[in-house]
Design a protein around this ligand. Sequence first.
Ligand code: THU
Length: 130
Amino acid sequence: MMDMESLIRAAKEAREKAYSPYSNFKVGAAVMTPSGKIYSGCNVENVSYGLTNCAERTAIYKAVSEGEHSFIALAVVADTEGPVAPCGACRQVIAEFGIEQIILGNIKGHTKILSLEEILPYAFTKNDLA
Ligand code: THU
């Protein structure tokens, strides 16, 4: 059984590190490998706004750059009314690594668990390149 609480906690902790001086919107994310290892990340903004990297991609890219390619779940947390939704770009990156369980959350503790198919139906995948 996946330790969902630890993953959400890691996302919340990473959120505290957000570099978001332009939006003042802090986001944290964390991914879990099949062995239970957790990698977390925050959003990193830039004065050239379009260069901003979302928390989800920071967490995934940190893990990939440590040699991980397989993930069983991703959690994302922000200070939103309801559970925060990943942006479209992050959904495509989540699909790249086939992360099947996506936990949307907020700092109040509301959560919603969605599948990859639910967050990105009709995804463009590596099968389409074959
Ligand atoms: N952001 C994320 O980090 N993840 C999301 O799922 C939604 C948006 C960031 C990008 C930007 O730094 C700020 O939130 C406002 O869009």
